[in-house]
Design a protein around this ligand. Structure first.
Ligand code: TXA
Ligand code: MG
Length: 333
C-alpha cells in the first residue's frame, strides 16, 4: 500500500494550510490538483498566481460528496442524481448554474460552476477533513502538462505550493470528462475517461459537442503548447521512415508509439505505451515529461485508433500537436 494511508499528521497539516488560506496539492484519480478553500477569494487568488493562469479561466470545485451540491449550484437538473450515482466519486465534472454564494473568482466571472467528487481515497479523506469545497485546477504551471505524481507537482510548482499530499501515481492520468448541464441540452466540453457513450446510457441521449455558445476560455492557445518539444502525430506506418529522415538530417528524434520499432533506428529514442486506451492514458503525461526532459528536436507520436474508446487520448494528443483545435483550449490550464 502507498505510504499515505498512515500519514494522518500530514493530512492534519494540509487541513491547517487550507484553513489559513494556503495552497495544498493533492492527488486525484485523474491528475494532481492545486487546492484552496473555494469560499476564500484570497486563497483562490493564490492559485492563479502560483500557476500563472489568467483570471478568467474558471476552476473546478471538488466536493466530498454529491449531497453538498445544493450549496454550490442554484439548480440541480433532473439528470444529476443518476449521473452522480453512476459516476461519482469519479472522473466526471458537471457544469451547473452557480449558487450566488460561489465567489466570482472561482467561476472566472461565468454564471456556472464546475463540480466534481474525485475518486481517490486521499482526496476524499482530505475533503472530508477540510470540511469544505476545494477549488483546484491541475497542479501545473499554465500551459504545461498536468502532473500525475507528487514529484511532477514539486517539479512544476516548487515552493509556490505550501504542502503536497503524496497519493502515488494517478490511476486515470487524464483530466476529467466535463459535461455542461447548464443549458437546454447536455454538452461534452472535454472528453475524459468517462466516455460520451457511458454518459448516454444515463442521459438517454448522446451529449452534444461544444458549440459557439459553450463557455469560452480566451487566449489559452496563444503562446506555447505542452510539451515543449514540437510534436507531430503520424500514422503508425510512417513512424520509422519519418524518424530515419529526421535523424539523417541531424535531428534528435523521439518516438512515442504503441508498438516496438520494426528495425533499429540509430539516434532515435523510442518509447512505447500500451495499446489499450486506459493504460495508455494513465502513462501518457509521465512519458511526455520524460521525452521533454530528453531535449529532443522533434517528438513523433503514433496517432491513436479512430475509435470512441480512444477519444480522450486522441483529444490530448491533437492538442499537444497543436492541430485541429477548433475550440479554445481547456487542457493546458
Ligand atoms: O481531472 C480534472 O478535472 C482535474 C483534477 C484536479 O480534478 N482538474 C482540472 O482542472 O483539469 P483545470 O482547471 O486544469 O481544467 C478544468 C477546465 C478548465 O479548462 C476550465 O475552463 C473548465 O474546466 N471549467 C471549469 N469551470 C467551468 C465552467 N464553469 N464552465 C466551463 N468550463 C469550466
Ligand atoms: Mg489544467
Amino acid at each position: 500500500m502507498p505510504g499515505f494511508v498512515t500519514e494522518a499528521a500530514s493530512l492534519a497539516h494540509a487541513v491547517e494550510v487550507i484553513q489559513r488560506g494556503g495552497l495544498v496539492a493533492f492527488p486525484t484519480e485523474t491528475v494532481y490538483g492545486l487546492g484552496a478553500d473555494a469560499r476564500n477569494p484570497a486563497a483562490v487568488a493564490r492559485i492563479f498566481a502560483a500557476k500563472g493562469r489568467p483570471a478568467d479561466h474558471p476552476l473546478i470545485v471538488h466536493l466530498a460528496s454529491a449531497a453538498l451540491l445544493p450549496s454550490w449550484a442554484r439548480k440541480i437538473p433532473a439528470a444529476v442524481p443518476s449521473l452522480a450515482a453512476a459516476f461519482w466519486p469519479g472522473p466526471l465534472t458537471l457544469i451547473l448554474e452557480r449558487h450566488p454564494d460561489v465567489p466570482t473568482i472561482v467561476t472566472g466571472g461565468q454564471d456556472t460552476v464546475g463540480l466534481r467528487v474525485p475518486d481517490h481515497p486521499l482526496a476524499l479523506a482530505f475533503l472530508e477533513a477540510a470540511g469544505r469545497g476545494l477549488a483546484a485546477p491541475s497542479a501545473n504551471r499554465f500551459g504545461r502538462i498536468s502532473p500525475t505524481s507528487a514529484a511532477h507537482v514539486r517539479a512544476e510548482l516548487g515552493e509556490r505550493v505550501d504542502c503536497v499530499l503524496d497519493g502515488g501515481d494517478c490511476t486515470v492520468g487524464l483530466e476529467s470528462t466535463i459535461l455542461d448541464l447548464s443549458r437546454e441540452r447536455p454538452r461534452l466540453l472535454r472528453p475524459g475517461a468517462i466516455s460520451a457513450e457511458a454518459l448516454a446510457e444515463v442521459l438517454g441521449e448522446l451529449p452534444a459537442g461544444r458549440d459557439g455558445h459553450s463557455p469560452r476560455v480566451p487566449g489559452a492557445m496563444a503562446a506555447h503548447y505542452a510539451p515543449e518539444t514540437p510534436v507531430q502525430l503520424l500514422d503508425g506506418l510512417q513512424l520509422e521512415a519519418q524518424a530515419a529522415a529526421l535523424a539523417a538530417g541531424g535531428r534528435a528524434v523521439a518516438v512515442l508509439a504503441r508498438r516496438p520499432a520494426r528495425h533499429p533506428l540509430p539516434g532515435c529514442r523510442w518509447l512505447q505505451l500500451p495499446d489499450d486506451p486506459a493504460r495508455y492514458g494513465q502513462g501518457l503525461y509521465a512519458r511526455l515529461r520524460e521525452l521533454d526532459a530528453a531535449g529532443c528536436d522533434r517528438l513523433l507520436i503514433q496517432a491513436p485508433p479512430a475509435e470512441p474508446a480512444w477519444a480522450a487520448v486522441d483529444d490530448r494528443l491533437r492538442r499537444c500537436a497543436g492541430r485541429e483545435v477548433k475550440v479554445p483550449d481547456t487542457l493546458f490550464d
